[in-house]
Design a protein around this ligand. Structure first.
Ligand SMILES: Cc1cc2nc3c(=O)[nH]c(=O)nc-3n(C[C@H](O)[C@H](O)[C@H](O)COP(=O)(O)OP(=O)(O)OC[C@H]3O[C@@H](n4cnc5c(N)ncnc54)[C@H](O)[C@@H]3O)c2cc1C
Length: 400
């Protein structure tokens, strides 16, 4: 077993690390200042970072195959980790930010030629953003078969009616296309009732009501998390992705790579937290010694390092499995990392916050925002309990 990165990955790692040092970290302060006044969407300096990343060949690294950089999951994973150290800047600067990544994967895998030209091309070029609209306030959406939005065929059009919420990125004016999941046939077998359609922004009948807060954060720089009402929204039938009844399967296919990306970025956040925890506790003295010299703080630091190393190994193994046996074959591991990573990183961030005292919960350090992000990922892309249920079922099935 070889734990070294291959030469392609190592070259990209070095270039990405340099980009982070030269361009991303130095821009963080100005980003916060611009974000405070620039409303919904990425602050202006992001455009400069995108130009720079693209020139450096750090673009669409997430996407395997001909449409993207062509990396494997195992090659991309350590790069996503580095991006996660500055999660509001680096992923978007390199065109590797959710939810666009998952949406681009859907269009690359299931879109027809027209849909790819119209929507995938500008997404790959970073000219537009996109959103994925599945969750609904009125039904328990962790069970995607509950999704109640109706998508009804009427001649050459589909008519959409329903209400969605927590639709990330939707408030961003640059978000030009929405992938909407709903039911085309409520009478079909449970997992064949759903379909996905492309809905361009500003289609009549589509009303963006408000941005939902996440622990008080609006996430405005990412276009927030919107509540959207669809009332008799009409799109031509060629806006259907794949086939009628294929929506559930597309949703499943979309989530595999997305989960590993989230987990790698979370590990990057945890690395940042440990670095901040070490620097801060070495620099402050209480009761006659540095805070770093307190045994309890050393315990947090040691535990954090151990947990990060464990998570990284599991995530890399999962990436390797996805590359070698496919997403289905890596099902148990994908669920295992989706369960274990956010909760462990939440713990590490909590300790880093504690080690910072009041500063830790303030706007002067990124820790509070990172904690909110990690905590939210115990819900987004499926709550812990739902993944555990399915993982346990697979385990039990071996003995049934
Ligand atoms: C920051 C953020 C961003 C998001 N972005 C998007 C987005 O862009 N697009 C989108 O469509 N959605 C998005 N979501 C929504 C997210 O995917 C859903 O919140 C999630 O799928 C859970 O659905 P729900 O909120 O309806 O919870 P429910 O289905 O109502 O579940 C509530 C709770 O019930 C418990 N539960 C459910 N089932 C079981 C079970 N089988 N066993 C034990 N306990 C169970 C769990 O604790 C769960 O958290 C986002 C959410 C957040 C927080």
């Amino acid at each position: 077993m070889d734990f070294a990165f291959d030469s392609v990955t190592e070259d990209l790692r070095q270039r990405l690390l340099l980009f982070m040092d030269e361009c991303v970290y130095p821009a963080e302060h100005a980003f916060e200042e611009q974000a405070a006044t620039s409303g919904w969407g990425a602050p202006p300096l992001i455009d400069d970072l995108k130009d720079e990343a693209r020139q450096r060949g750090l673009w669409n690294l997430f996407l395997p195959g001909d449409h993207g950089a062509g990396l494997t999951n195992l090659q991309y994973a350590p790069l996503a980790e580095i991006m996660g150290r500055s999660p509001h800047l680096a992923p978007v600067a390199t065109n590797c930010a959710a939810p666009d990544t998952g949406n681009m994967e859907v269009l690359a895998m299931f879109g027809n030629d027209w849909q790819r030209k119209e929507w995938l091309r500008p997404l790959l070029d970073g000219e537009i953003r996109s959103a994925f609209a599945m969750t609904e306030p009125d039904v328990a959406s962790s069970d995607a078969t509950n999704i109640a939005t109706s998508i009804t065929r009427d001649g050459n059009e589909y008519v959409i009616n329903g209400r969605k919420w927590f639709i990330s990125g939707a408030m961003n004016p640059a978000c030009k296309i929405f992938i909407v999941m709903g039911k085309t046939d409520p009478e079909a077998p449970t997992h064949r009732q759903q379909s996905m359609v492309l809905v361009p922004r500003d289609t009549p009948g589509m009303e963006i009501k408000r941005g939902m807060h996440v622990f008080g954060y609006s996430d405005a720089d990412h276009g927030g998390h919107a509540e959207i009402v669809f009332t008799d929204v009409r799109v031509p039938v060629d806006h259907l992705i794949g086939e009628e009844g294929g929506g559930f399967a597309i949703a499943q296919a979309r989530l595999g790579p997305g989960r590993i990306h989230h987990c790698m970025r979370l590990i990057g956040m945890a690395e940042r937290a440990v670095e901040l925890m070490c620097r801060r506790t070495l620099s402050r003295t209480a009761f006659g010694k540095t805070i770093a010299q307190q045994g309890v703080v050393q315990d947090w630091i040691a535990e954090s390092r151990i947990r990060i190393e464990q998570l990284r190994l599991l995530v890399l193994k999962t990436a390797w499995l996805m590359d070698t046996v496919g997403n289905q074959g890596a099902h148990t591991e994908i669920q295992a990392i989706k369960i274990s990573t956010p909760i462990a990183v939440e713990w590490i961030l909590d300790k880093a916050i504690q080690a910072h005292g009041a500063g830790g919960v303030s706007q002067d350090f990124p820790l509070a925002g990172l904690w909110a992000g990690a905590r939210s990922l115990r819900l987004a892309d499926g709550p812990d309990e739902v993944h555990k249920r399915s993982l346990a079922y697979r385990e039990l099935k071996k003995y049934m």
